[in-house]
Ligand binder design. Structure first.
Ligand code: GLV
Length: 325
């Protein structure tokens, strides 16, 4: 039997490539950047498996370009707003997998780092030192907001939301959450988390942290009206996907004092960032680092490779999103 053709759209950690090389003939993009749409179409021709990254748009046209022998698309990410899962499902012959679980702790670390950075003004303080702005300690110098006894509102209590809540609990915060459905009672109990409406969460939480996936229902979930609903001394944290927040509306709310601060790891049109955010001291801005540890990226690559290889062997992959029939 001929070896399967496995297309990897951008370099992934070596242990994952080693697994794939043992399982088939790997085509690895030679570029240190996302492939253009044309390059992607060329690359996927005759592929049995495509290992793709969050910047690769996977839709019906791309599946057509790959051809009828395609068996699996393995996204090296837990979020899959880059993938038209309907188009894959309607084929009936292609599996689609993602990488849940392995990036939970790393992403929650970043969410909590942003909470601390925003509430304790750490970015602002760092910029002050680096710019050699004169400063001296006094009782009122650069006061932030303490977290003990404050309420964290988690939007979407999935794995990453839960891991963020666990950190918040250790910092003495109360946890409330909203979402499509109420969590398991054992999870609620462990976190001391209370299920409330999205409206109530926005109106009451001291810190709102977004952990819902990006889809048609959550695009601009946080818009100018929702920002107005939040308390003026509240903070907004986004580690999910940029388009969940209307970035221009957020910049305006931060500038006018309608909101105390924000911590953002993701942006609407990465790598671009709304220019209105750039000069705001109360916005902490970091470049999509949620899963960016050596351990986590390796685990993500290995899980994606394991998913693809399982399908190529006719086995059930560990993390299917769309099954072939
Ligand atoms: C990263 O952003 C992911 O969704 O895995």
């Amino acid at each position: 039997m001929s070896r399967p053709r496995i297309v990897v759209t951008r370099r992934i950690p070596q242990p994952a490539l080693d697994l794939l090389n043992a399982a088939g003939d790997v085509w690895l993009s030679p570029h240190d950047r996302a492939l253009t749409r044309e390059e992607l179409f060329d690359a996927v021709q005759s592929a049995d498996a495509i290992i793709c990254l969050l910047h690769d748009k996977i839709d019906a046209d791309l599946l057509d370009a790959a051809g009828p022998q395609l068996k699996v698309v393995a996204n090296v990410a837990v979020g899959y707003d880059n993938v038209d899962t309907q188009a894959i499902a309607s084929r009936g012959t292609v599996w689609f997998t993602n990488t849940p679980g392995v990036l939970t702790e790393a992403t929650a670390d970043i969410a909590f780092s942003l909470i601390l950075m925003a509430t304790r003004r750490l970015g602002e303080g760092e910029r002050m030192i680096r710019s050699q702005t004169p400063w001296s300690w006094n009782m009122f110098f650069m006061l932030g907001t303490g977290l003990q006894g404050k309420t964290l509102g988690i939007v979407g209590l999935g794995l990453i939301g839960q891991a963020t809540a666990r950190r918040a609990k250790a910092f003495g915060m109360e946890i409330v959450y909203s979402g499509r459905r109420q969590a398991d009672p054992t999870i609620e109990q462990e976190l001391g988390a209370r299920y409330i409406s999205f409206d109530e969460l926005l109106e009451t939480a001291d810190v709102v942290s977004l952990h819902c996936p990006l889809n048609a229902d959550t695009r601009h979930l946080i818009d100018a009206d929702r920002l107005r609903q939040m308390r003026s001394d509240a903070y907004l944290i986004n580690t999910t996907r940029g388009p969940v927040v209307d970035e221009a509306a957020l910049a305006a709310a931060l500038r006018s004092g309608e909101l105390a601060g924000a911590g953002l790891d993701v942006f609407e049109a990465e790598p671009k960032v709304d220019v209105g955010l750039l000069d705001l001291e109360n916005a902490v801005l970091i470049p999509h680092l949620g899963s960016a540890t050596i351990e986590t990226r390796t685990a993500m690559g290995v899980l994606a490779a394991t998913n693809a290889i399982a399908v190529l062997r006719g086995e059930e992959p560990p993390s299917p999103v769309v099954r072939a029939s």
